[in-house]
Each structure stands twice: as C-alpha cells, then as structure tokens.
Write a protein that binds this ligand. Structure first.
Ligand code: FES
Length: 289
C-alpha cells in the first residue's frame, strides 16, 4: 500500500469532519449582532461613517432644494456643477421651480454610491454584515445579501460606466477653478479660489485613484513587457496603484471639500460671509461682490 493510499484510508468520512468542525470551531458558532471578543474600539469607524454620511445626505438634500445662493461672482457650488442654468437658460425660465442640481447630482451620487470603498463602508456601517472583523453580523441583512447579482446590489456593477461620467465632472471642476481666478474687478487669488481649488484637487485625486481607472490602465494586460505601449501602461498602472492605496482617504477628503465649498459659496452669496481676495496689481480687497 502506498503512502497516499494509507493517508486517504485513515481519513474520517467527510460528514464526520464537517460535524467535528461545527462543534469545535469558534468561528462557526452562531453569533448575535455586535457580539465580539475584540477589546478595541472597533465600533468607532462604523459609527463615525454613519454620522458623516447621514449628515452629508441631509445637508445635500436641503442645499439642492434651495435653488438659490449657489453662485456668486466666479464661484459655483460643486453641488450644482455643471451649471445647467447657464447652458439652458430658457428651460429654467420656463421651469423656475426646478433646481438645476436635481439634473446633475445623480452623477456624483451614483459614482460615489457604487465606489468600491463606499461599498465597504455601507456594508459594514449600514448593513452590518458585519460591522468589523470578528464581530457578529446582522442576520437579517446577511440573509438578504446574495452578492452583487440581483437588484439593487447589481447596480454596483455599473461603477465603471459612472467613472466615465465622473471624468466629465472633473473637467468642469477644473473649468470652475480657472473661473475662480477671474473676479469682477480683475484677476486674483481669494479664499474662494482656494476653497474651489481644494475641492477640485481632492475630486481629481478621488476619481483618478478609482479601481475602474486602474483596471482601464492595465488591469486586463496579460503581458507588461511585450511592447512599448504595454510597458508604458504597466508604469502608469504601478503609479496609479500607489494612488489607489489612499482611495478611501480621498473619498472622505473629497466629500468634506464638496461640503465645505457649498457652505462657503452659499454663505458668501447670501451675504453672511465676505470673501477676501488678493487682486494682481490692486492689492488686498475684502468683500469683492
Ligand atoms: S472605486 Fe471608488 S470611485 Fe471607483
């Protein structure tokens, strides 16, 4: 008898192995929601994530329904970008109650909502399936989730297409940043310029650290050295992979930058805050609008 035959015949039947595992493995024991032996504060991240995303959602819902104070001088709130009122003035004259943000906001919402990092946050913090490693999951949510094969979770598979739309957003944000240097009195750099600039830079980092962009660069390449183009794509892929490591950070920074940019522009437009600008050749000016 060979050694392989010996070891095979000495193994217990599979049914006994399964039973023994279920009886002895702590990992397979039934756990209740939130039960864990972890001594650390694992709950802080999901709690903060829920608070931040709910706060942002409530604020955005209110801000886009205002249909006012989203534009002042060279500044446009990112929630209303691109400004469709500028491109289709007759439509909004005919429908003055229609907030232009309603027609554009679905793009960043779908892009962010289907983001791989955002999925992690949502599945952990809202669905609790589970909220952290080695923490008891929500049995109800776990039973409902069957992978991203059925509606509504199947929508997540469209993320790569929302990425293309996000590229259009990036283009308009850079246009708004260029506009933000051109004050009515001349060219300058103001606090508003910096606010718009921070929002633009973080949006760009967030979009170009996306997993879909990484896949487009060289995710499907079988050979990294077969041609000069393949080598170039591999180089871009490696650089983007570095950026991709911080994708979660860019998600939050960019969210905060959008939020603050809308707050700042709204406050300046409503007269509560005054922008300060250094105008080239003219010096410092406060309240330029
Ligand atoms: S994976 Fe997060 S934006 Fe694409």
């Amino acid at each position: 008898m060979s050694s392989s035959q010996t070891s095979a015949s000495s193994l217990p039947p599979l049914s006994e192995v399964k039973t023994a595992s279920l009886n002895t493995s702590p990992a397979l024991q039934v756990s209740t929601l939130g039960s864990t032996e972890r001594p650390d504060a694992w709950w802080i991240e999901p709690v903060l994530s829920v608070a931040a995303l709910l706060g942002f959602s409530v604020y955005v819902t209110w801000a886009v329904s205002q249909n006012a104070n989203y534009h002042i001088g060279p500044f446009l709130s990112p929630l209303y970008s691109p400004n469709l009122q500028e491109y289709f003035p007759k439509l909004f004259q005919a429908l003055p109650w229609l907030s232009p943000a309603y027609l554009v906001l679905w793009v960043p919402l779908l892009f962010r909502g289907t983001c791989y990092y955002a999925r992690r946050v949502a599945y952990r913090s809202f669905l609790m399936t589970p909220s952290a490693c080695a923490v008891g999951p929500s049995e109800t949510a776990s039973a409902l989730y069957e992978g991203e094969t059925k509606f509504p979770f199947a929508v997540m598979n469209l993320h790569r297409y929302f990425f293309y739309l996000a590229l259009v957003l990036v283009f308009f944000h850079w246009k708004h940043l260029v506009d933000a240097f051109f004050y009515p009195q001349g060219v300058g750099v103001g606090i508003g310029t910096l606010v718009v600039g921070i929002d633009t830079v973080f949006l760009t980092l967030y979009v170009f650290s996306c997993h879909s962009w990484r896949h487009l660069l060289a995710g499907k390449l079988d050979c990294f050295t077969c041609s000069a183009v393949d080598k170039m794509r591999h180089g871009a892929y490696k650089r983007q992979s570095k950026l991709n490591e911080s994708h979660g950070h860019y998600f939050w920074f960019s969210l905060a930058a959008v939020w603050f940019a809308d707050v700042y522009i709204r406050q300046v437009a409503s007269g509560n805050w005054h922008d300060t600008v250094y105008l080239f050749g003219q010096g410092l000016t406060t309240n330029p609008f």
